[in-house]
Design a protein around this ligand. Structure first.
Ligand SMILES: NC(=O)c1ccc[n+]([C@@H]2O[C@H](COP(=O)([O-])OP(=O)(O)OC[C@H]3O[C@@H](n4cnc5c(N)ncnc54)[C@H](O)[C@@H]3O)[C@@H](O)[C@H]2O)c1
Ligand SMILES: [Zn+2]
Length: 358
């Protein structure tokens, strides 16, 4: 098991990464000494949430479980209201805590509920997907979707502890596991050369979900994200580096009405960003090739996504308009180092997108 203490404006909190962490969870909750604990999970993760409930009961606390339907659609005001009434029924007061057991969907929804219930109660994150472990459980962004726009309603709310039990990864569906590697490769290319080397050397072990190797990878990703977030907790500047691959990625998601998954879209976006950077002489072909080979090794994507380049470019133009004409690209310079705030000529974007989807 590895343990990090992360800094936030509201105090430091531990992140535990290992296998079968029920006893550690019990110790963490005992130390927080809440007046009550309410578990939020989804219907697929309920069996593991039951184990979490057992550990909490061993800490001498009463607890109960609220399971939302397992779907991105659960990031809604309706489900938020259901979670809030659950907290009310459980008599969670200002000294209580919410325990979010699940992937990013549960984390975002339960996190927002914790942020606003009683004007904020403590949150313990127990991520059960690789994406939630390396990305969504760290950094304090919580939220639900608006009618038309993703994550439109939310709050910054830092957890009091994050407990990443790698045993949960075993049951993850392949596409969800594979997709998370897009964000992992993102950290490696944008900020962590050591992580890149680790991934390059251990592709097959990671594809087989080797827990020891996953522990090292999750640790490095959490550390990478935490360092960036510490500089910019409220996402006003340097945190934009985490958008590497997301400019073209989001456009591809929008252009395909989200038929291309987020991970695949981000992988596409990184390939595009690499080619644009090369076109601007910001990085070498070797860098782009190394990135693309690593994405290939994790099956991201095994073939170019089906999408009409015109639609992707239109989605990008719409996004540009929404940002009042400013699209700041994150450009790779070399493996382990990307830069924010680049402007890219439209003709180059059009050329690269069109070729990448051919
Ligand atoms: N807050 C942030 O900073 C942040 C960052 C990145 C992504 N997100 C959000 O995270 C969400 C995506 O998260 P996700 O990829 O974890 O998806 P998810 O939470 O929707 O989970 C994907 C599927 O896997 C199931 N599942 C979860 N854990 C499992 C396990 N251990 N075994 C078997 N099945 C399991 C879920 O029930 C669900 O069906 C998106 O809504 C995205 O907006 C938030
Ligand atoms: Zn992402």
């Amino acid at each position: 098991m590895v343990r990090l203490i992360l800094d936030s404006s509201t105090g430091g909190y531990p992140v535990l990464i290992g296998t079968n962490l029920q006893r550690d969870l019990r110790n963490v909750v005992t130390r927080l000494d809440p007046t009550g604990a309410a578990i939020v999970t989804d219907t697929n993760v309920r069996p593991y949430a039951l184990k979490v409930a057992k550990a909490i009961k061993r800490a001498g606390l009463k607890t109960s479980i609220h399971a939302i339907p397992a779907s991105e659609r659960s990031k809604s005001m309706t489900q938020l209201e259901a979670v809030l009434s659950f907290l009310e029924r459980q008599h969670i007061d200002r000294g209580g805590c919410v325990i979010a057991v699940g992937g990013g969907t549960v984390g975002d929804l339960a996190g927002l509920a914790a942020a606003i219930w009683q004007r904020g109660v403590r949150l313990v994150a127990v991520p059960t997907t690789l994406l939630a472990m390396v990305d969504s459980s760290i950094g304090g962004k919580t939220g639900v979707n608006g009618m038309r726009s993703k994550n439109a309603i939310g709050a910054f709310w830092q957890p009091s502890a994050v407990i990443s039990d790698l045993a949960t990864i075993e049951s993850l569906p392949v596409p969800n596991y594979r997709d998370a590697f897009a964000e992992v490769v993102k950290y490696a290319v944008a900020v962590d050369r050591g992580l890149f080397d680790l991934l390059q050397r251990n592709g097959p072990r990671l594809v087989e979900r080797d827990a020891g190797m996953l522990e090292r990878v999750v640790f490095r990703c959490v550390a990478a994200k935490a360092l960036i977030v510490a500089k910019d907790e409220r996402d006003r500047g340097p945190r934009a580096i985490l958008n590497y691959g997301h400019t073209a990625g989001h456009a591809l998601e929008a252009a395909t009405a989200f038929r291309v998954s987020h991970g695949r879209a981000v992988a596409f976006g990184m390939r595009v960003a690499g080619r644009i950077a090369m076109g601007l002489d910001l990085c070498s072909k070797r860098t782009v090739d190394a990135q693309d080979e690593l994405l290939d090794a994790f099956g991201l994507p095994d073939k170019p996504p089906h999408a009409d380049p015109k639609r992707v470019l239109a989605a990008m133009a719409a996004d540009k308009k929404a940002r009042r004409g400013k699209v700041a690209w994150v450009m790779p310079r070399r493996i382990g180092h990307a830069e924010i705030g680049h402007t890219v000529p439209g003709a180059l974007v059009r050329r690269v997108i069109t070729r990448s989807l051919a």
